[in-house]
Ligand binder design. Structure first.
Ligand code: FES
Length: 141
C-alpha cells in the first residue's frame, strides 16, 4: 500500500490557498516542537463572521502542506465558529489518512487555524472563553 493517499499527494503537489493575505482579519502562527516546522494561517472574515478567504504558508513537510491545504478548503466559506470546531482528525479523514508518524503535522494545521481565530476575536472584540484556546485537540488514534 502506498504510504500516502491520492488525496495527500494531490494536496501536496497542488496545494490550495497558498500565500498571504495582506489585510487579513486574523493571523495565526504556530510551530511544532517535535520537528521545528512552522505554519501560518491568514483569515479574511466578512461582517457576518464568515471566512471569505484563507491562505497559508508553511515551512513544513509534505504532510503539513497537504494538511494545511485541506484544512483551508474545509473552513473557506464557513463561519468562524465552525472553523474553531475543525479537528486534526477531520483533516486526516478528509485526506483519507496520514501515516501515524505524520499525524502531528495535521495538528499544526488545526492549531494554526485556532490561533488565527483567536487573533480575529482579539482584534474584533469578540468575547470568548480563553480556555478553548488552551486545549490541544490532538487526536492520534
Ligand atoms: Fe514537521 Fe510534518 S514533520 S510538520
Amino acid at each position: 500500500m502506498a504510504l500516502y493517499s491520492e488525496k495527500v499527494m494531490d494536496h501536496f503537489t497542488n496545494p490550495r490557498n497558498v500565500g498571504k493575505i495582506e489585510d487579513a482579519d486574523g493571523v495565526g502562527e504556530v510551530g511544532n516542537a517535535r520537528c521545528g516546522d512552522i505554519m501560518k494561517i491568514y483569515l479574511k472574515v466578512d461582517d457576518e463572521g464568515v471566512i471569505t478567504d484563507v491562505k497559508f504558508n508553511t515551512f513544513g513537510c509534505a504532510s503539513a502542506i497537504a494538511s494545511s491545504s485541506m484544512a483551508t478548503c474545509l473552513i473557506k466559506g464557513k463561519p468562524v465558529s465552525e472553523a474553531l470546531e475543525l479537528t486534526n482528525k477531520a483533516v486526516v479523514e478528509a485526506l483519507e489518512g496520514l501515516p501515524a508518524v505524520k499525524v502531528h503535522c495535521s495538528v499544526l494545521a488545526e492549531e494554526a487555524i485556532k490561533a488565527a481565530v483567536k487573533d480575529y476575536n482579539d482584534r474584533h472584540g469578540v468575547k470568548y472563553d480563553p480556555e478553548i484556546f488552551k486545549e490541544k485537540h490532538i487526536h492520534e488514534d
